[in-house]
Structures are given as structure tokens and as C-alpha cells.
Write a protein that binds this ligand. Structure first.
Ligand code: UDX
Ligand code: UDX
Length: 429
């Protein structure tokens, strides 16, 4: 199948590379010339394990190419995946300007039957609007179908999540489009769920909102554990063995961040509101996520008593491990709050320093965790990168002014940390 991907960001690039890997011919379009220049040299502009090798393999075999020319992309393809970003407006609503713009461009340049697949996260009923837009600008009355096929990939494991996905959701309204979509997705071997377009659109928001709810639930629980002396990890483990609950996404911490959960929860509240339903549950999920970070900052401040002029070391900046993504990273409000109190901040992250530097001022970036610990009055663990789990804690303790470690991700064993001579605080334990 000949496929065009419009928008070669986190989602579009991974989708394009993986579709070429299973044998399709893929052309990826983007209007960012800097990004394209890198992609054409086989350089992946983001840190995503496994992506660059797969991309090089498929560009070299001729299955994958990059261009800024949307007309070329549309005309070479049977199917067009729309993967442009849908950023939040200040009121939480998704901004669909790029989706609308791309729909118009496709409409004006298509010359034969096309399936237009929306992969961007969009509010329910966007498919209808995209179809209306295409009809309006499709002067030659070319036949087309609109399909919704949301993505569920996680940054850091995006390739694996796409190649070996739990399920593939396809929302459509006729057999012709179904045949095309099955042909595209069958090589992945994942269960395919065919629904109507609106349901597919809702599955994406419902899934992300549900996962965010799970995280806020366990974070709320962590507060009960702190007040009662129970251990949130043990409670979550005991709950997770129940198959109906499941073990994943029950890690208490400093709340969810990233490009999706905060944006999608806010958008879903807004969508519900516009449809006449007050989604109070999700409003509380958001509130718990905000308070979790505020309590963590308070915990650091209370442990240090006076923060002013103290050097605090930050371990991890990215919103989660195995990515360089700083979108809605909890490290930003934590560092800014401590700086406001007069702290000096040193930090290390294996991948995210370049992006962090665009968002933060007056941070001393170090080359490794030991340099962060050197002369620090406290260490704050924000992102649970694997390498932090393997630190030589004896060495860290000796390098610090005071061995205080405040762990926002429950990465370390509290008993061992105390044995190692640390004043150690974590979440709900
Ligand atoms: C995606 C989805 O599309 C979004 O809806 C979802 O919620 C999160 O994942 P993402 O891939 O993270 O967004 O966005 P981004 O990395 O910003 O990539 C979007 C790309 O589209 C950029 O490379 C941008 O240059 C490109 N773009 C945008 C176009 O090529 N044309 C446009 O008109 C707008
Ligand atoms: C998410 C969804 O998982 C994915 O299906 C969707 O397509 C895009 O959004 P992503 O944002 O890349 O993926 O990361 P994810 O692994 O889901 O983590 C999101 C946030 O939740 C991170 O800040 C992470 O630290 C936090 N989290 C996750 C927890 O605090 N506890 C958990 O148990 C799991």
C-alpha cells in the first residue's frame, strides 16, 4: 500500500517508520524544513530507542522517504495519515487549526480515491468536520473516505508499542475503507477493533483519561498511606494482582506529565462540557495531579527547612525515562519553585538537557549524577532513569554536604537508604 504521513513528529515519524517496516511504501511530509533536513540525513530529531536504526533500514531499502511537498505525498498515496499536532488552547480545548488546514490541502490536491486517516488526538465528531471540510474544497468531486485510527504509543517505547500493539482501533463507516485499513494493519498481527468513527475518537480520550485516573487514584492513596503509616507500593501490589485492576499504571509519584495525559484530560473535560456533561471525576483527577506536585515541593522545603542559598541537585529532567521530551515535565515547576525560594540548582538527565535548557534558567547542568551530588545539600529524584537505580550510594553520600535524598518516583528501597546513612523521603511509603 502507498501511504502518506502528514506531520512527522513523535507520532507521525514512529507511525511512518513502522508502516514501512511491515512492507508499505511510506512518504512522510512535514512543513518544518529543519526537521526535514535532519530526517533526510537519517537523523531522528527526538530521542526514541530503536527508531533511528529502523528508519535508516527503511530509507535505504527505498520504502521510506521524506518531503515537504504535500501535493506529491497525496498524489503518490492511496491512504493519507494525518498526524499533525493538536495543541491545547488556554481553555483546554484542542486547537484543530492544523487538522483543518491539512484537510483543506488534501481536498484541493487529490485526484483519485483516497482514505484519509486521522491519527491526531481529536475531539469526538472531528471526523464529521474533516469530511465536511474535504467535501467543501474538493472541487472535482473526487471520492474519499474519512477514518479515525488513534495512536496509543508511549514515548520511550514507541516503536515496540506500534509494532506489537495491544490493539488497533479503526473507526469507519463503510466496507471499502475497511478493506484498505485491514490491508494496512494486518501485518502487525494485533487485534483489530472496528467501530464507528465517533466511538474510535472517544476510545482515545477515554483510554488516556482512564490511565490518568488510575495514576491520580494511586497518588491519592499515597497520601492516605503517608498519613496512616502504610506503604503505597504494597497496597498497589495487593490491588494489582486482581486481574480486573491490573498491575500497571499504579506507580505513585509526582503525577503524570508529558504531551498527552495533561492535554487529553483537559480536552476531555471540555468535550464533555460542550456535550452537556459535567465530568467532575476528571476535574478531580486533574486536581489530584496538581496537588501531588505541590505536596512534593512542600516535602523538599520542609526537609531542608530553609531553602535559600542551598544547592539542590536534580536527578532527571524529562517527563519520564527513555525520552528527551520536556513537555509538561514535573521537573520544571519543581525547579522553578525551589529557585523562587532562592535555591541553587544543579541537574543531570541522560537525554533531556538540551530541551530543558530551553525552558529553565540558571540551572547548572552536570555530565553525570555524581557531579550533581558534589557539594549538594539535597538530591531530588524526578525521573526514574535506569542508571539512577544503579548509583553507588556510598559515593553519592560522601560527595554531598548532607545526605538528604527526596525520591519522587519511589526508585530506592527506604530501608537500604537509611542503612546507607541517608535522610530519605519518598511517596506514600
Ligand atoms: C501527536 C498527535 O498528533 C497529537 O494529537 C497527540 O495528542 C500527540 O501526538 P506529536 O506527534 O507529539 O502529536 O506532535 P509533534 O511532535 O508536534 O508533531 C507534529 C508535526 O506536524 C510537527 O513535525 C510539525 O512540523 C508538523 N506539522 C504541523 C505539519 O507538517 N503541518 C502542519 O500544518 C502542522
Ligand atoms: C501516553 C499513553 O500511555 C499512550 O498510550 C498515549 O498514546 C500517549 O500518552 P506517554 O505520555 O508517552 O504515553 O507516557 P506514559 O508512559 O503513559 O506516562 C505518562 C505519565 O504518567 C508520565 O509522566 C509518567 O511518569 C506517569 N506515570 C505513568 C505515573 O506517574 N505512574 C504510572 O504508574 C505510570
Amino acid at each position: 500500500m502507498n501511504i502518506c504521513i502528514i506531520g512527522t513528529g513523535y507520532v507521525g515519524l514512529v507511525t511512518g517508520v513502522c508502516l514501512s517496516e511491515v512492507g508499505h511504501n511510506v512518504i512522510c511530509i512535514d512543513n518544518d524544513e529543519n526537521k526535514l533536513a535532519k530526517l533526510k540525513k537519517n537523523i531522528v530529531p527526538i530521542y526514541e530507542p530503536g527508531l533511528e536504526d529502523l528508519m535508516r533500514k527503511n530509507t535505504q531499502s527505498g520504502k521510506l522517504s521524506f518531503s515537504s511537498d504535500i501535493i506529491e505525498g497525496v498524489n503518490l498515496s492511496d491512504v493519507i495519515f494525518v498526524c499533525v499536532n493538536t495543541p491545547p488552547k488556554p481553555n483546554g480545548q484542542a486547537d484543530l487549526t492544523y487538522v483543518e488546514g491539512v484537510a483543506r490541502e488534501i481536498a484541493t490536491c487529490m485526484t483519485s480515491y483516497k482514505v484519509i486517516v486521522d491519527k491526531s488526538t481529536v475531539p469526538v465528531k472531528t471526523g464529521e468536520k474533516v469530511a465536511e471540510t474535504i467535501k467543501r474544497y474538493n472541487k472535482n468531486n473526487i471520492d474519499f473516505d474519512v477514518v479515525s485510527s488513534p495512536e496509543f504509543l508511549r514515548e520511550g517505547s514507541a516503536v515496540e508499542d506500534t509494532i506489537k500493539s495491544d490493539r488497533i482501533v479503526i473507526g469507519l463507516d463503510n466496507k471499502r475503507a475497511e478493506k484498505v485499513m485491514r490491508e494496512i494493519y494486518e501485518p502487525f498481527g494485533a487485534p483489530i477493533i472496528i467501530t464507528d468513527i465517533k466511538s474510535a475518537e472517544l476510545i482515545k480520550h477515554a483510554s488516556n483519561a482512564f490511565l490518568a485516573t488510575k495514576i491520580s487514584f494511586v497518588n491519592a492513596l499515597s497520601n492516605i498511606c503517608e498519613h496512616s503509616g502504610a506503604n503505597v507500593e504494597e497496597v498497589a501490589l495487593g490491588m494489582g494482582f486482581d486481574k480486573r485492576i491490573g498491575k500497571s499504571f499504579l506507580n505513585a509519584g509526582i503525577g503524570y506529565g508529558g504531551s498527552c495525559f495533561p492535554k487529553d484530560v483537559a480536552a476531555f473535560i471540555k468535550i464533555a462540557d460542550e456535550l452537556g456533561y459535567d465530568f467532575e471525576l476528571l476535574k478531580t483527577v486533574e486536581k489530584i495531579n496538581r496537588t501531588q506536585i505541590e505536596s512534593f515541593i512542600k516535602k523538599i522545603e520542609e526537609t531542608l527547612w530553609v531553602v535559600k542559598d542551598k544547592t539542590i541537585g536534580i536527578l532527571g529532567l524529562a517527563f519520564k525515562p527513555n525520552t528527551d521530551d520536556m513537555r509538561n515535565a514535573p521537573s520544571v515547576p519543581i525547579i522553578q519553585a525551589l529557585q523562587q525560594e532562592g535555591a541553587k540548582i544543579k541537574a543531570y538527565d541522560p537525554q533531556a538537557v538540551e530541551n530543558a535548557n530551553l525552558l529553565l534558567d540558571n540551572v547548572i547542568y552536570c555530565d553525570n549524577p555524581y557531579d550533581v551530588a558534589q557539594d549538594a545539600e539535597a538530591l531530588v529524584l524526578v525521573t526514574e532513569w535506569d542508571e539512577f537505580a544503579k548509583l553507588d550510594m556510598e559515593k553519592i553520600r560522601q560527595l554531598m554536604v548532607h545526605p538528604i535524598l527526596i525520591d519522587g518516583r519511589n526508585l530506592y528501597d527506604p530501608e537500604k537508604m537509611v542503612e546507607n546513612g541517608f535522610i530519605y523521603k519518598s511517596i506514600g511509603r
